[in-house]
Design a binder for this molecule. Structure first.
Ligand code: NAP
Length: 177
């Protein structure tokens, strides 16, 4: 992992932040994205103080242009992308009959489209570097009550099927690196 350029979305807290710290320990170069810039800057300052090269980019993964910018800035700073970790995501729980459609849209925009955008813009560079991509997958939708609109693990009833189809087709169609 030494000197590998790793993009982590949702690095401002939780699993993404923990991954950033682990990768830093292994001497990777980090490109961290999230919306909470003060948190990201705080983390970056701690890592930089220990000699780690870190780039912070404001990213709302629900916005296509933000995802493109994350990859562009990574290339400008480090010249390559070796790993993309699609970690950014949100959770929600509600009864399907009660949940607001805007909430489900937000879950899809973040968990599904955020993953699609980042993967799309990073793919050419991952192929060049023979890199790796990681997806955070959710427990299959049928594991939940059909009337429960849960986005724990991390998507609503509509997002797991498209998310897993997306990663399945990625597995089948993208050349092994
Ligand atoms: N914890 C679990 O048990 C569990 C289980 C299965 C899967 N997951 C999934 O694993 C991932 C990390 O989970 P976690 O527990 O570490 O969650 P978390 O602590 O809530 O962290 C989520 C991260 O995603 C970022 N994020 C959310 N919406 C975003 C957006 N629109 N654009 C950019 N970044 C966004 C947040 O940063 P900002 O708010 O700063 O943008 C935050 O850094 C998520 O996808 C989650 O759904 C978690």
């Amino acid at each position: 992992m030494k000197d590998k350029v790793i993009i982590i979305t949702g690095a401002s807290s939780g699993i993404g932040k923990a991954l950033a710290i682990e990768c830093a320990w292994r001497h990777a170069k980090l490109s961290l994205g999230a919306r909470n810039i003060p948190e990201l800057e705080h983390l970056a300052a701690q890592l930089s103080a220990n000699g780690v090269e870190v780039l912070v980019t404001p990213v709302d993964v629900a916005k296509e242009e933000d995802c493109r910018n994350l990859v562009t800035r990574t290339l400008e700073r480090f010249g390559r992308v070796d790993v993309l970790i699609n970690n950014a995501g949100i959770s929600m729980r509600a009864l399907f009959e009660e949940v607001d459609l805007d909430v489900l849209r937000r879950v899809m925009d973040t968990n599904f489209w955020g993953t699609v955008y980042c993967s799309k813009f990073a793919l050419p560079h991952l192929l060049l570097s023979r890199g790796r991509i990681f997806f955070y997958l959710e427990v299959p939708w049928w594991a939940y009550h059909p009337l429960q609109a849960t986005a724990d693990f991390p998507a609503g009833p509509a997002t797991p099927p498209p998310s897993s189809r997306f990663t399945d087709s990625w597995r089948l169609s993208v050349p092994k690196t």
